[in-house]
Design a protein around this ligand. Structure first.
Ligand SMILES: [Zn+2]
Ligand SMILES: [Zn+2]
Length: 458
């Protein structure tokens, strides 16, 4: 098979892989790059070439995997558009929200290419989306090929444990098999249980490498990390400061809300309102609604009932009092300009009473990444035009990741036992670590680290 990497960047960017597979063509993911603006944030769709795609498959509903789906569908209107049933419940909210964010960025930052698609376009293409359950084999050959009786390869979604609806994708043909991990967590989170990738075997493996650059800390446990977070929140609130936890609206927000609910239930945190964004609220309701159809812990824990959730309106971001020890869980995790987390952080960074707590990945070049790197008392550039700010607030990091540890992924490679491993979704040093380690452990395996736009024959 032939695999083309459409990610325009050499880091975690706009996910997109074209797979030419036994006479059929598949696009795996259609993301947008979290740091690039306008058309530069799209996957390299021109590398798909003229031949039509049979199917477009979405691994999960984070922007770096689904943010440009309407653009891909516009270019390939006859392709099947396939995702898990749970992603199907989420995808239209994600895409409509993207239109809103892009429209705001056009107005406020002058990015004239935005929005890359419209609400009407999202409404129109939704009709062709198909949602499937996990662990079912589905044929995906194009309609014309199916009509003339051409044999179709199949695909199957396997629960990736990363966020609601997230999947790894198993592709099976007459001669070969391919497995794409998407974003994966092998360990249980507070709500979602770890990936169910137990029996995966494949000739070719496309794998995420997010945490390739960092080893597991000695003696680390998730439970101890949650205790540390609870203590830190209490500490900030004792001096009447507020706590901001920047988090993606889908997945991260609900995991944080769940652990806050459990901390309040067991008295480790006082009962109090939690302020979230509108989109976070929508996804939290969907998490609740789908609780019994999700492979998760605490399936009777309804977040919207267990917590006093307050939706923070945009206009409140500038006026809400921060002196009373409030708790905010707001998007975006990378503090992208014009998001709630960014706007609120502007008010908190220079105030020593306030706490900003990071709980997930943030690219070093994003506002969140720059803030994290700022030493106490130092001045750094935050957001558009690198606005100079002095970091006085209490900054802490908690490792509550939704991505697999590198050791787990390395073990997974051994179990899948592929002929070829294709590395993606990671910084260059993260991919380099895997390249070296797989080489040491499995010298006969071919490891490929394709650059932007590279096509590889496996
Ligand atoms: Zn993700
Ligand atoms: Zn991702």
């Amino acid at each position: 098979m032939r695999i083309t990497n459409l990610n325009p960047g050499n880091e975690i960017g706009a996910s997109g892989w074209v797979v030419d597979f036994e006479g059929h063509r598949l696009l795996l993911d259609a993301g947008t790059h979290p740091k690039r603006e306008g058309l530069a944030g799209l996957p390299l769709y021109d590398r798909i070439g003229e031949a039509e795609l049979d199917a477009i498959v979405v691994s999960h509903c984070h922007h770096d995997h689904v943010g440009s789906l309407p653009v891909a569908v516009r270019h390939h209107p006859r392709a099947h558009v396939m995702m898990t049933e749970l992603s199907y419940f989420l995808v239209d909210r994600v895409l409509h929200n993207s239109v809103n964010v892009m429209s705001r960025q056009r107005d406020e930052l002058g990015i004239t290419e935005y929005p890359l698609y419209t609400h009407t376009e999202v409404d129109e293409i939704e009709a062709v989306f198909q949602g499937f359950r996990y662990n079912r084999e589905i044929e995906w050959a194009g309609f014309a090929k199916a009509q003339v009786g051409m044999r179709s390869p199949t695909l199957e979604f396997l629960d990736a444990g990363h966020a609601l609806g997230a999947a790894g994708v198993m592709v099976r043909g007459a001669d070969e098999t391919l497995f794409y991990t998407g974003d994966v967590s092998f360990q249980d989170q507070t709500l979602l249980k770890g990936a169910r990738f137990e029996d995966v075997q494949a000739d070719v493996l496309i794998m995420e490498t997010t945490r390739g650059g960092r080893g597991a800390a000695e003696g680390f446990t998730r439970e101890a990390e949650i205790d540390r977070l609870a203590a830190a929140i209490r500490e900030v609130q004792a001096r009447k400061g507020s706590v901001l936890i920047p988090a993606f609206a889908l997945g991260r927000t609900q995991e944080i809300l769940a652990l806050l609910a459990l901390l309040m239930r067991t008295g480790r945190l006082p009962r109090q309102p939690v302020y979230i964004g509108g989109l976070g609220r929508v996804f939290t309701e969907i998490y609740d609604l789908q609780a019994h159809r999700t492979h998760r812990h605490h399936s009777n824990l309804a977040l919207t009932e267990a917590l006093d959730l307050q939706v923070l309106e945009r206009r409140q971001l500038e006026t809400i009092k921060l002196g009373g020890g409030r708790l905010f869980v707001l998007t975006s995790g990378m503090m992208t300009p014009n998001t709630a987390a960014y706007e609120l952080a502007l008010r908190m960074i220079e105030d020593e009473r306030q706490g900003i707590f990071f709980v997930g990945y943030a690219d070093p070049d994003t506002p969140a990444g720059k803030l994290r790197a700022a030493a106490p008392g130092s001045t750094f550039g935050f957001g558009p035009q690198d606005r100079a700010m002095t970091r006085r607030c209490d900054l802490r990091e908690f490792d509550l990741t939704a991505h697999a540890n590198r050791e787990e992924l390395l073990d997974f490679v051994g179990r899948v036992s592929p002929r070829v491993v294709v590395l993606g979704h990671g910084e260059p040093e993260a991919r380099a670590w895997f390249r070296e380690q797989i080489g040491l452990r499995h010298p006969r395996m071919r490891v490929i680290d394709p650059g932007p736009g590279d096509a590889v024959e496996t």
